[in-house]
Design a protein around this ligand. Structure first.
Ligand code: PCA
Length: 212
């Protein structure tokens, strides 16, 4: 049976929760059309994050890896198009690292594209009433770091890999000033994304680019 590895980050920057971690807690072992979801909890730490997911890949042998992280301020679930070879941390990671303008991989490619079908995912989620948009920047913190580092290791292997940022989590009993989404909608959206990844070999094309 095919496996989709979905990873989620620990809280960081003084926050008590990270919605990406709450999502994977609910998806561990869930059967989806065409396969099973396995999960991995990832430290918000430079390099350790990559090693942690590489170990989970070695253990589970997934055909797809979807990494999740929170993007405060995001108004939708956002599959990322591209990872860049730069660490420029505005805050320290959970181990106190704060690299500024350092490459993730010395002399590595400047960038890697996601190998997930990001437009097919976006369309499927929208068709199911879940806000979703392609994002053209995963930032320069640990999410981009993990996305880039994994693609560097996985290039040439038959494993589709990419990153999806999710909004802050809406508490049913509380109003957040920042944009947010209900956890149950995010869980449903990521399950759907995992199914799309198992079903779609060639991403679809439609216009959804940005003019700055
Ligand atoms: N978001 C951060 C790192 C961990 C997370 O959930 C980021 O966007 O880089």
């Amino acid at each position: 049976m095919k496996k989709v590895l979905v990873t989620g980050f620990e809280p960081f920057g003084g926050d008590e929760v990270n919605p990406s971690l709450e999502i994977i807690k609910r998806l561990s072992g869930v059967m989806i059309e065409g396969g099973e979801i396995v999960t991995c909890q990832v430290p918000v730490t430079r390099y350790e994050s990559i090693d942690c997911v590489l170990s989970a890949i070695a253990e589970h042998q997934p055909s797809v890896v979807i990494n999740l992280g929170v993007g405060a301020g995001r108004t939708a679930i956002t599959p990322e198009r591209v990872a860049i070879n730069i660490d420029d941390f505005r805050i320290v990671d959970n181990a106190g690292n704060q690299p500024i303008d350092e490459p993730i991989v010395a002399h590595g490619s400047n960038a890697y594209f996601s190998t997930l079908p990001i437009k097919a995912i976006t369309q499927a989620l929208q068709n199911n009433g879940i806000a979703c948009e392609v994002s053209n920047s995963a930032g320069t913190f640990v999410c981009n770091h993990l996305f880039y580092g994994l693609q560097h290791h996985l290039t040439g292997q038959p494993i589709a890999q990419g990153f999806i940022h999710v909004p802050l989590m809406k508490q049913a009993d509380e109003r957040t000033a920042s944009p947010s989404m209900l956890l149950e909608d995010m869980v449903r959206g990521i399950m759907l994304a995992a199914e799309v990844c198992l079903q779609v070999e060639q991403d679809i094309k439609y216009e959804s680019g940005q003019i700055c």
